[in-house]
Ligand binder design. Sequence first.
Ligand code: ADP
Length: 402
Amino acid sequence: MNVPNPATAGTVLVLNSGSSSIKFQLLDPKAGESVAHGLIERIGETEGRIVFHHTTGTDEHVGAIPDHRSGLRKVLEMLEGLGRPLLEVGIIAVGHRLVHGGDVFHEPTLIDDEVVKTVSDLSVLAPLHNPANVVGMEVAREELPDVPHVGVFDTAFFHTLPAAAATYAIDRDIAREHRIRRYGFHGTSHEYVSGRAAEFLGRDIRELNQVVLHLGNGASASAIAGGRPVDTSMGLTPLEGLVMGTRCGDIDPGVLMHLNRAAGMDVDAIDEVLNRRSGLKGMSGVNDFRALLELIAGGDDDAKLAYDVYVHRLRKYIGAYLVELGGIDTIVFTGGVGENNVDVRRDALAGLGRLGIVVDPERNEASGRGERRISSDDSEVEVLVIPTNEELAIARAAAEFA
Ligand code: ADP
């Protein structure tokens, strides 16, 4: 009998299934360490690709990946190739990142047939995401039938949003019939990061008013009082709120009618414009923040305007949440942009000394990757950078069911 490798005993496989991709990570939830992670992309196209990072290097596999099942099988083979059969490595659970739990799922949930069906029924609220999540659950449950599969929903953390923050001011009958309300997304990240911020400060989370800014390709802000969210920038869908890589965020809904009437666009065309051809990409031609900064350095006026719109929107949300919370203790930056971009952090909080918010330039610019404080010692509000780790949060939630 093989002896389980203690370094990888009790791992959780975390899956994030998209329509043509699966992101995966194998983690040790106790130690908080990643054993392997990677991405399967271009599923269903003539040439698919799997990138697999593990403790001793990176493997790449190029070739047709006809469907999610063959992609996942290939990943399981690669994991087994790490040295020993998968179950001996000690996978104790599979955690699924699920996007829309509607008003049904409020916490990590053990996946059975009924749960899969309900997530599928919620597809009307997230047509791009939930169907792919369903395929991911079905395939993974068949390939790994002997361990619990646990769904962790992007919306769950925000289910207690106060009614005033969760309600759109539209016809109540239409809203009820079509389940139109503000759900919020990136919840796993906002919950994880606000918890880590309290630990970093050595404070009880119940005493803290926090503004969390999750700035990645998608971006969202939240106001959190005593560990519970009181507002967040994303709504019925992840399109509302901040300026994002390719999404517009807040917009006058009249623009949609105008695009229909004046430009002759149907609903799918408008969806495409607002979700994929807007945000930084729409305004500047690039959605990646590093590329945007390069354009700005080269004197590109559109890129500069895109940056200014991005920062303007961010400041608007920070101001709104400061008042909603009646004062704040911490502002936390996370996500690829929030963790790495010195300029955005500086400009988002510039000139707010009168509100007790002072960023220390040296701390902000110091290279570093971990959890850190970037406010000055005399700043009343602690400004922190806390790297998010949604996979670890999902792995820990899933391990509870093992
Ligand atoms: P996702 O929402 O896909 O998880 P991430 O949180 O990884 O996205 O964030 C991606 C964004 O972070 C991109 O716009 C990328 O340019 C930006 N980013 C990553 N590293 C840096 C960096 N060192 N400096 C500036 N921006 C960065």
